[in-house]
Design a protein. Structure first.
Lengths: 316, 446
């Protein structure tokens, strides 16, 4: 069926009897919308509505077990002056950088390695996805024990090198490192597979031509693979930005399911801050305002990263 | 073409049906599945009463009592749901959400003393137990325990479970290792005061390197806070008009100062109570003593496991008694089976059950009949080297004073304990800790 004939073929014919014409019209006008509607209905119910609802209540002083009062931008003003909020922002951004940069580099090199020919290729490629299908709770339980202050494997290994036991939940940077490790363990394989898919769309003749011109493997990677991978990279980076800035499960389970994130919020992320304000302090309006600021933070983060990735290998 | 269209219509119809199903299942996910007629179906199918509670180790100590009830009552079966070890940070916020949403809470729920202020302020959350004839239980409880389960407008919503009482649980084997007396009367004689307790700690720490003297700062802070509260009008963070008095109450400062000294001298294992690491530390011998209200006995024995049997013992607490902790059972209004739930709450708090919980696990009954039971008075705890817990706790039970806790007690308690823990784990400097404690308490009281 060629493109030109398509509109004519589906256009309701005037010569059809009324009943069939009605059905035919229904087919063309209503059916396409019906077919795409499930997504939009779900998006409206679980995306758009909460977004609007959150924005609405961020303008109120809304106590779950109490009263609701209009405060305008009061919640936002209070947030911007709240040390705990900025502490959460610092933690989120800090963990994001500690986790994402090594993760994407590792994923890139892993994908490059997987892109070669070797035995059991499919099995090995599949296996890098294994961490992703492990339940996050199981991951957290294992890592919580690895990074325990007493009787933890990591501290035990460090003790061989004369390092004193690190209190992973009390010190800021160590806690970030532990959480970043957990995140990377889970997501590196996933990103590697996406990079791999991107690499396989790069025409092989480019590599052949480069090889004939005498380019080494390394040079091919930097001059062909990387620039050609840019669209994939934009997707992966945006995805990691959103995931990294909304980080919640790993740091929460790392502190026994407690959203405090350490005795003094050493690793409390913004998402944890939102949950704490909303469901522990029952200050819904305040939590809603924090959620909106997190949304803005993600927009800014995504935009900055997008501009950054666009420049990668973009000299030509 | 027609065939394709038919298929399209069919597909659309099925997609619509699928969408409708999704929506339906989403909306029905919010309401409980069992909305069948309550009383009439009782004979045919047993009513399940969900009892929700919290706390470490053997927590409320309901294991044996529930097994017994379920064997005797085929028509009403109790299902215990132990939600989490932590009350303020996890159990209570979740419970408030369920109560406020009108759905999700069990038929009988445990409430720690720290949540009672808020619970009393929300009579609309609870079923009135007077409607099920439980007004008759008034004589079973001390006046304060009974009144705290009654709202301002006279609704009876909570029946008392356990009460505090105070002792020190200690590892006799480690005391022996440190060259200290290990027999409980001699150990009690070692520490007539908290200063003496600290001196024993220093002697212990000088000999034993891989075990700390105390679990952390928070447990001892609570013990001292409640002892001192009894001397300062029986209030902690709020006065009886619900004004925050953290900076004015000498009891708070006394507890804080003692915790600071213990931490500065390196006598604590820096573990926060009711965390997983703390529970693991109990089992693996990370610390040699822990402040023990009666209900803490079951927490320690439960966390330590069989390997700790006979190693732990119970000694007197320095500085006299105190009433830290103790809980109530309430029936949320949202329960579909309030009558049966009230019967279960009645059973779990009657003299016989509370007495057996004490002898099995150690939680001191608030039920005065149970307190006077000779089996309770003479009870010994096998896990704690047959310590005469009846003598230690039951004798002082009648004299325990109620401590007033404000509506926002749970939030303020968590904020304060976080600072004290932070001071111990090094994230809050000692010099700034008191100011931060006051500031964070103000913020949490919001």
């Amino acid at each position: 069926m060629s493109i030109d004939t398509l509109p004519r073929a589906v256009r309701p014919s005037r010569h059809l009897p009324p009943g069939r014409r009605w059905r035919s019209r229904l087919d063309v006008k209503v059916m396409p919308y019906t077919l795409v509607s499930p997504y939009f209905i779900l998006f409206a119910a679980f995306g758009l509505f909460p977004l609007a609802f959150t924005l609405y209540y961020s303008l109120y002083d809304y106590d779950l077990a109490g009263t609701t009062e209009w405060t305008g931008l009061g919640n936002y003003a209070k947030l911007l002056a709240d040390e705990d909020f900025w502490n959460a922002v610092t933690n989120t951004v800090g963990i994001f950088f500690l986790a994402t940069i090594p993760q994407l580099l590792l994923a890139l090199f892993l994908a490059n390695a997987l892109n070669k020919r070797f035995r059991l290729r499919l099995a090995v490629r599949m296996s890098v996805l294994l961490p992703l299908v492990t339940s996050v709770v199981a991951v957290a339980v294992v890592f919580t024990q690895l990074f325990a202050r007493d009787w933890g494997l990591v501290n035990w290994i460090l003790s061989w090198f004369g390092v004193d036991a690190i209190n992973w939940r009390a010190e800021r940077i160590p806690s970030w490192l532990a959480i970043a490790t957990m995140v990377d363990w889970r997501w590196t394989g996933y990103n590697a597979i996406i990079f791999l898919a991107g690499m396989q769309t790069i025409p092989r003749d480019l590599y052949e031509a480069a090889a004939i011109d005498g380019a080494t493997r390394r040079r091919q990677f930097w001059q062909i693979t990387l620039p050609m991978l840019r669209p994939t990279m934009i997707f992966v980076v945006l995805n990691s930005t959103i995931g990294g800035l909304t980080l919640f499960s790993e740091p929460t389970t790392f502190y026994g399911g407690n959203v405090d994130g350490g005795s003094q919020g050493q690793f409390q992320t913004v998402a944890m801050f939102v949950v704490k304000q909303g469901f522990r302090e029952f200050d819904y309006g305040y939590a809603a305002a924090a959620a909106w600021l997190l949304f803005l933070l993600i927009l800014v983060g995504a935009f900055v990263n997008f501009m950054f990735v666009r420049r990668i290998g973009g000299t030509k | 073409m027609m065939i394709r269209k038919r298929r399209g219509a069919l597909a659309a119809a099925s997609a619509l049906a699928a969408a409708a199903l999704t929506v339906a299942s989403c909306s029905s996910g919010g309401t409980p599945a069992a909305s069948s007629a309550p009383a009439s179906s009782a004979a045919a199918e047993p009513v399940t009463i969900r009892v929700q509670d919290f706390g470490g180790g053997s927590n409320f100590g309901y294991k044996n009592a529930i097994t017994k009830w379920n064997a005797e009552h085929k028509d009403i079966q109790i299902k215990e749901e132990h939600l989490t070890d932590q009350f303020e940070q996890q159990y209570w916020p979740q419970m408030i959400q369920w109560l406020q949403a009108g759905n999700g809470a069990g038929d009988v729920v445990g409430i720690d003393e720290g949540g009672m202020g808020l619970a009393k302020a929300h009579p609309e959350w609870w079923a009135d137990l007077k409607e099920y004839g439980l007004e008759s239980r008034k004589a079973d409880f001390p006046a304060w325990k009974w009144e705290n389960g009654t709202t301002a407008d006279g609704k009876l919503f909570g029946l008392g479970t356990d009460i505090g009482g105070m002792s020190i649980c200690y590892r006799s084997d480690l005391f022996k290792k440190a060259g200290l007396p290990s027999e409980r009367d001699k150990v009690s004689a070692l520490w007539p005061s908290w200063d003496a307790f600290m001196k024993v700690g220093q002697q212990f720490q000088a000999k034993v390197k891989d075990t700390k003297f105390a679990d952390g700062t928070n447990t001892l802070y609570q013990v001292v806070l409640y002892q001192e509260a009894a001397k300062n009008g029986n209030v902690t963070y709020f006065d009886k008009d619900n004004n925050l008095i953290v900076d004015k109450n000498p009891a708070v400062k006394a507890g804080f100062d003692f915790a600071t000294k213990m931490s500065q001298q390196g006598l604590t294992a820096k573990l926060r109570n009711f965390t997983d690491e703390w529970a693991a530390g109990t089992q693996k011998g990370a610390f040699a003593t822990v402040g023990c209200p009666s209900w803490m006995l079951g927490v320690v024995s439960g966390n330590a496991g069989d390997g700790g049997k006979g190693k732990w013992d119970v000694a007197a607490v320095p500085g006299g008694g105190g009433n830290w902790g103790g809980s109530w059972l309430a029936v949320p209004k949202q329960s579909k089976h309030p009558k049966e739930a009230a019967a279960v709450a009645d059973y779990l708090t009657n003299a016989q059950t509370e007495a057996s919980i004490f002898t099995d696990f150690g939680n001191m009954p608030s039920n005065t009949q149970a307190q006077q039971d000779s089996a309770v008075q003479s009870a010994k705890n096998e896990f704690f080297n047959n310590a005469p817990i009846g003598e230690i706790f039951a004798k002082s039970a009648a004299s325990l004073q109620p401590v007033f806790l404000g509506v926002k007690h749970a939030q303020v308690k968590n904020a304060i304990e976080s600072v004290i823990q932070g001071m111990d784990d090094g994230s809050v400097p000692y010099g700034k800790a008191w100011q931060q404690l006051v500031d964070d308490a103000v913020k949490a009281a919001g």
